[in-house]
Design a protein around this ligand. Structure first.
Ligand code: NAD
Length: 338
């Protein structure tokens, strides 16, 4: 029988369902044997769903549970202590983005990972999006010529909140607003296509009053290549119209990924001035891409395969978000890798 890695899912909230569905669909080498959540009802429900054993603390799970790896899906302020406990117990760790809200905390986590010598991965599913990978391939092959500029737009209608204030609205628990949170999934593809971000200039705002961090950001990212891209993020307004998620413009053509359920990847060039649809409906988004990332993790654990992106590489999204925050304060261009 194929070897499998036993995993504990730590935190059974929103994203845990996507991880579980992704495992079932795309990561057959993962066997979920433990579930951890301080909320007893959530732990029990997910244990029933997965057939794993429920625990209400990681400490308890680490002392008696049967698993080699943990998949940490907790509020950001808990990432450091949880990851360090798991490394101290000799576990492999996959940790939802961002690694932690500050670079100092990330450095402590990286040191613990190094001391443990186990596999460490930051979960960033956009690195596995088929359309993002196709754009990377097309750019590398010169399909749109030399890159002139690009744009990424992460926009959601604000909606109406009911119930208690979520942790991600509290700066002390989240460390930031939408740039640090979901914005990572828009910054990563830009880095995959354009290289490393050198500096940023940005304004931020709070149209969603309940959020302590920014719910709006308009920023320019200058890459080491000299290319400047625009990154816009918004959680505000009651209605948001259609448009594009990404646009990359080169000297010979343009690549566009549309927002919304249509979600075409379209190439415009001399042979296709009206546009050629290369992919439709944003394939692999949703649970599948979580499955691809967790399959990558399982292969690193079981086969020693190199991860598609190292944890150090994942700091690029966090550092870009932190530089956006500094720039919004200073009104100046701010370096990302300081
Ligand atoms: N990749 C993505 O697209 C994506 C989307 C959403 C969230 N996330 C990330 O996933 C992580 C979790 O976010 P979420 O939206 O699922 O949060 P959530 O609030 O929905 O779930 C967190 C869960 O953790 C539990 N919990 C809290 N403290 C705990 C502790 N000490 N020990 C064990 N369980 C505890 C809570 O009871 C809750 O069930 C964050 O890092 C977030 O940025 C990623």
């Amino acid at each position: 029988m194929t070897q499998r890695v036993k995993v504990a899912l730590v935190g059974c909230g929103n994203i845990a369902q996507s991880h579980w569905q992704g495992i079932q669909a795309e990561a057959p080498q993962i066997e979920v044997t433990a579930i951890v959540d301080t909320h007893t009802g959530r732990a029990t429900a997910m244990a029933e769903q997965t057939g794993a054993k429920a625990y209400t603390s990681l400490e308890q799970a680490l002392s008696t549970g049967d698993f080699d790896a943990v998949d940490i899906m907790l509020p950001h302020y808990l990432h450091e202590e949880t990851a360090i406990s798991a490394f101290a117990a000799g576990k492999h760790v996959v940790l939802e983005k961002p690694m932690a809200p500050t670079i100092d905390a990330c450095d402590r986590i990286l040191a613990a990972a190094k001391a443990a010598g186990t596999v460490f991965m930051i979960a960033e599913q956009s690195h596995y999006w088929p359309d993002a990978l196709k754009v990377r391939e097309l750019i590398s092959s010169g399909a749109i010529g030399e890159i002139i500029t690009a744009r990424a737009y992460f926009g959601n209608a604000a909606g109406i909140d009911t119930g208690p204030k979520p942790w991600r609205y509290e700066l002390a628990k989240s460390g930031g607003g939408i740039c640090m949170d979901g914005g990572a999934h828009w910054i990563r593809p830009l880095r995959m296509w354009l290289g490393e971000v050198d500096e940023v200039v940005a304004v931020t705002g709070q149209p969603k009053k309940e959020m302590e961090g920014e719910s709006y950001a308009r920023s320019m990212l200058r890459f080491e290549s000299g290319v400047v891209a625009v990154f816009d993020a918004l959680n505000g307004g009651m209605f948001i119209g259609p448009g594009e998620e990404f646009r990359v413009t080169g000297t010979l053509g343009e690549l566009v990924i549309e927002k919304g359920s249509g979600g075409n990847l379209i190439r415009y060039d001399e042979a296709h001035p009206q546009g050629e649809i290369i992919m439709s409906k944003r394939p692999g988004r949703g649970p599948a891409s979580f499955g691809y990332e967790l399959r990558d993790f399982s292969r690193a654990v079981l086969e020693g395969k190199t991860l598609a992106a190292s944890p150090e590489y994942s700091l690029g999204e966090l550092r870009t978000a932190l530089a956006i925050y500094r720039s919004a304060e200073s009104g100046q261009w701010e370096k990302v890798w300081v």
